[in-house]
Ligand binder design. Structure first.
Ligand code: PMP
Length: 380
């Protein structure tokens, strides 16, 4: 089937070698890593190898990596796990106004339970300022949760600048970062970022869905959200999915050595798309073209054509994009309004996200299809 897939921020195509590694592991190495016999040990070794690869990619030690079912679970575990321990004495959480639902809704739930929450919005130019987070700190603040690359427009938030300052001035405040859209796209050194907890996901980096990880700094305590066995240092009970973990490790080992080269390629693709879009009328760019933005994500509005209408028109041409965030399933994006993008434009937002397989021809075909869409679709 001939199609153009431009929705890589939603999920990526698993690498063939990942699929191979996973299926081989399922058929040949299906022991339970907690079993005491040889097959258990073999599964344990396989998992250890993936843990070491992922730890290496973040410049940390394997014992700081916990496997989860994905970044949604990593974010839940990080935030609830911290709140249940450090939130006993203090009650204030600071977060950005553009977090993914798995952070946003988790913090909202805590707010309903009585925690105080401050949400920081970008300035009038759509940029986040570290000082706005710093100014929000009170003597009750125990957690700051801030994403690194925002998933709808691709803006990069000043996490390192903020966390460094926080750790120097308020070392007891716990820092959590959702790095799902940044991991394997920009280099992340955990010590430089100064995150106590960091969430990542396998299926955004050509691994399989259903597995993710949480980096947990040594010495930070976390209350489990699942009760059960003693897996993952008794913090995340349940038999680990060894095949998916193995595939995750395989994806990381394939991606981690060429981050700068891929970044450069993504920059070229972004420039190409922006250039092509500048040649047609009624386009408004929602990503940040002046400040720091991931080159892997370009969000724009095709004026007067609602997102779903354009999305399905493009789909009819075998081109797959997203309307805002894939996780919101058509729900209105609070993220775009946080950047002060007017509702009439936000309703027409399209998100294009690249992988290393994306070509200039794909982008030309996309822009041609949008042009045709502008001609053919009924304006509402
Ligand atoms: N955080 C961000 C920024 C994301 O983009 C996503 C996936 N849409 C998640 C968290 C959730 O990841 P997962 O699908 O692994 O649960």
């Amino acid at each position: 089937m001939d199609f153009i897939y431009l929705d890589n921020a939603s999920t990526t195509k698993p690498f063939a070698s990942v699929v191979h590694a996973v299926t081989t592991c399922m058929t040949e190495n299906y022991g339970n890593p907690s079993s005491l016999h040889k097959m258990g040990l073999q599964a344990q070794l396989c998992m250890d190898h993936a843990r070491a690869t992922i730890a290496d990619s973040l410049w940390t030690a394997p014992e700081n990596i916990l496997f989860t079912s994905g970044a949604t679970e990593s974010n839940n575990l990080a935030i609830k796990g911290i709140a249940n321990i450090y939130g006993k004495r203090k009650n204030h959480i600071i977060t950005s106004a553009v977090e993914h639902a798995s952070v946003r809704n988790t913090i909202e739930k805590l707010e309903q339970q009585g925690f105080q929450v401050t949400r920081i919005f970008p300035d009038e130019n759509g940029h986040f300022q570290a000082k706005d987070f710093i100014n929000a700190v009170t003597d009750q603040t125990f957690l700051i949760s801030m994403m690194l690359t925002e998933n709808e427009t691709g803006r990069i938030l000043p996490v390192q600048q903020l966390f460094k300052f926080i750790k120097k001035k308020y070392p007891n405040i716990i820092t959590h970062c959702d790095a799902v859209q940044a991991y394997m796209k920009i280099p992340i050194k955990i010590n430089q970022l100064q995150a106590d907890l960091l969430s990542i996901s396998s299926h955004k980096i050509h691994g399989i869905k259903g597995v993710g990880a949480l980096y947990l700094k040594k010495g930070i305590r976390l209350e489990p959200i699942l009760t059960g066995g003693k897996q993952e240092k008794a913090i995340r009970a349940g038999t680990e999915s060894v095949p998916l973990i193995h595939g995750f490790g395989q994806a990381v080992s394939l991606m981690q050595n060429n981050i700068p080269e891929r970044l450069e390629q993504a920059n070229l693709k972004k420039a190409c798309l922006l250039n092509l879009l500048s040649g047609i009328s009624d386009i408004f760019i929602n990503s940040d073209v002046t400040g720091e933005n991931s080159p892997y994500i370009v969000n724009f509005s095709v004026k007067n054509i609602r997102s779903e209408i354009m999305l399905h028109y493009l789909e009819s041409k075998n081109i797959y994009v997203s309307s805002g965030s894939a996780c919101s399933k058509g729900a209105k994006s609070g993220v775009l309004s946080a950047y002060r993008i007017p509702d009439n434009l936000a309703d027409c937002a399209i998100r294009v996200s690249f992988s290393e397989e994306t070509t200039e021809e794909d982008l030309q075909a996309l822009v041609e299809a949008i042009k045709n869409g502008q001609k053919n679709l009924i304006h509402k």
